[in-house]
Design a protein around this ligand. Sequence first.
Ligand code: SF4
Length: 290
Amino acid sequence: MSLKKQIENYFESIQDLSGNIIYFDEMPEKKLKKNDVTVVNTRTEQKVINNLADNVSKNICSNINLNDVINNDKINNNVDKDISNTMNTKENMNNNINIEHVKSLQELNDLIKDCKNCDLGKGRINLVFGKGNPKAKLMIIGEAPGQDEDLKGEPFVGRAGQLLTKILAAINFSREEVYIANICKCRPPGNRKPNGAEVFACERYLQKQIELISPNFILLLGLTAADTLFKKTHKMSEIRGKILYYNGIKTLITYHPSALLRNPNWKKDTWVDVQLLRKLYDEEMLKQQQ
Ligand code: SF4
């Protein structure tokens, strides 16, 4: 397959998954039928670009109209031209709220409560910051608020939230004991998955929350949370039941409660996952007491 075709196939697939700003983590397996990808903005594409063409070695490229791509020189030209634009966009998006100095969740909440760093900020009723014990030893992270959460300004208060409460109760955790947050703090329209640009704009708030809470365990609900934290595309069947480490914090991944509402067959696996979490948690607490 020609280089041009490989690149077209790649961007066509990823655009559908991530919207107009695209994160390269690996070459897609699936081919979709769309043309004319015009915006590319990446974190790890050096690896991908190098896979595609050894002589294209820049880190970031954007605004490449793939229908115009004729040869590698043209790609290189576009990459060079667009690096600074993309860097500026990233910088603007990330720097207009400085959270480096923040020392508490309340301070962070106050700083970002009017955030409009991505399009989700335009449509929200409430920013859903997160809720729970600021010193929680277990942090639970989902994807983004839904309608109920947007209305109330609290995470996991709708049907999926009620199921999460029951799951937690089944392994002897109360909601007050843990801290619950999402990757994105504002509701995506129609409860769609947040796209790459929205995740990119918002994830540093979550990173700060994790830093401030400093939990012993993280439970990630669904693949959006897992893929965002670990910067990699996963398959649920391959990662659930394993202990991963996010910045040294023991992390487990299971199904999002919304997925369980759609597919109750996954509840059995989730039960196994959360029991493992409880076991590891108890072992860790015991170790800390000794
Ligand atoms: S989703 Fe996050 S980055 Fe986007 S507007 Fe809301 S708080 Fe800001």
